[in-house]
Design a protein around this ligand. Structure first.
Ligand code: NZQ
Ligand code: ZN
Length: 386
């Protein structure tokens, strides 16, 4: 097991009717900015719950943060936050609203004149951030309990991420009932995203982490068990609650401590979103099976452990067991209506080459848990999924 530090300061408030607690936990005497997306919170009653709890607080609103939040939109929020002397940020939404707000939190505290895009390029360190607290409306990303943020720049078609303990929320409110209004597609995307977050931290190579492995496997099991329930009935509170908590636990740092992590499926997937606008979770469902197939020399032992413990695959040669395990994984994603091939989006060889070239141009080479993913391997992983 690798050495590690672990500190997760996010306070989680989970359950029915918990949004009302905002009035107790929001800091007094701050200028609050309430941030949200394209309006789902107005249609499902979350906006009303939040604004009711905000009575008596001094706040401004910023709306219109789009899926895959853009730098351009967040800079509009930046201008308003500066003008209004905002001191506390309250994102209400899915991963996009929360991630965009984390970036804003860091950007607002940069010294005058420093270009905030550098935070995402990794050239500007985050030394300070404005505090934020969240209301999550979409289980998927785990952003409610981590320090990560992914932001896209429309003008350059880039999708980049940064991570800092300083942008971890002070609190996150998770009321499964607010997710009842999610469309099928977003629920499916969220299940796949959470599932693959676990895979990025688990499906690497053995590193003497039996406890972390069992935690990871238990999250996968609960997601597999819950998926059909939540897909067939969005108002099944018990199923939604288990999905929501699993998605949070999948990326709050616990299962990866001391373990080997990969993240190459995400790195490649982000390019598919940047280039073709494919939803985040959907890009992962394409890339992961190719990653497992092409990189079986690196991942083989863990693929077989996963195959046996999650799908009960025990028969056949190692290669046969790996093949069956990939098949079961693909079947699971497809059962949610999430395609696992590039051709489902009318994409082919050209995209495989373009993604690999874009990564190479940015110096993203020799990545993955074994540093074995070259430009050629990216092409092979994607070509495997045409
Ligand atoms: O904008 P509104 O109107 O709110 O609608 C949203 C949006 O259209 C809608 N929605 C959210 N909650 C809803 C709802 N509709 C009905 N009822 C509700 N309760 O869902 C749509 C998608 O929302 P979005 O926030 O984009 O989805 P998600 O939570 O999947 O976030 C995706 C973003 O997170 C990043 C992704 O790359 C992508 O940019 N990620 C962030 C991570 C992190 N911070 O740790 C890790 C992930 O790997 C991921 O990269
Ligand atoms: Zn993800």
């Amino acid at each position: 097991m690798n050495n590690f530090n672990f500190h997760n300061p996010v306070s989680i408030i989970f359950g029915k009717n918990t949004i009302a607690q905002l009035s107790d936990i929001l800091p007094q005497n701050e200028k609050i900015m309430l941030l949200y997306g394209g309006g789902s919170i107005k249609r499902n009653g979350v906006y009303d719950q939040v604004t009711k709890a905000l009575k008596g607080f001094d706040y401004v609103e910023f709306s219109g943060i789009e899926p895959n939040p853009s730098y351009e939109t967040m800079m509009e929020a930046y201008e308003i936050a500066k003008q209004e002397n905002v001191t506390f940020l309250l994102p209400v939404g899915g991963g996009s609203v929360i991630d965009g707000t984390k970036f804003l939190a860091a950007a607002l505290c940069l010294p005058e004149g420093v270009e905030s895009w550098g935070i995402l390029q990794g050239t500007v360190p985050v030394e300070k951030a404005m505090p934020l607290g969240c209301v999550l409306t979409l289980p998927a990303t785990g952003t409610e309990m981590n320090g990560n943020s992914v932001v896209s720049r429309k003008s350059t078609c880039e999708k980049l991420s940064f991570g800092s303990l300083l942008v971890m929320p002070k609190f996150s409110i998770l009321d499964p009932e607010v997710c009842f209004s999610l469309p099928d597609k977003q629920i499916a995307n969220g299940i796949v995203d959470a599932f693959i977050h676990v895979m990025e931290q688990y499906l690497t190579f053995p590193n003497n982490t039996p406890l972390q492995d069992l935690w990871a496997e238990s999250i996968l099991r609960v997601l597999i068990d819950t998926a059909p329930k939540v897909m067939s009935d969005h108002t099944n509170y018990d199923a939604m609650a288990n999905f929501m908590w699993s998605a949070t636990m999948a990326l709050n740092g616990i299962i990866s401590r001391g373990a080997i992590e990969d993240w190459s499926t995400h790195i490649i997937g982000h390019e598919l979103t940047a280039l073709h606008g494919i939803d985040h979770g959907r890009t992962l469902a394409i890339v992961l099976p190719g990653n497992m197939n092409i990189r079986r020399a690196v991942k083989g032992k863990k693929i077989m452990q996963y195959g046996e413990r999650i799908w009960g695959i025990t028969q056949g040669s190692d290669n046969e067991k790996i093949d069956k395990t990939i098949e079961k994984t693909v079947e699971f994603f497809e059962s949610l209506g999430v395609p696992t091939r590039l051709s489902a989006y009318n994409l082919g060889k050209e995209t495989c080459l373009e993604v690999a070239q874009r990564l190479a141009n940015r110096g993203v080479v020799n990545f993955g848990e074994a540093g074995d993913i070259t430009q050629e391997v990216v092409v092979k992983i994607l070509e495997d999924r045409i």
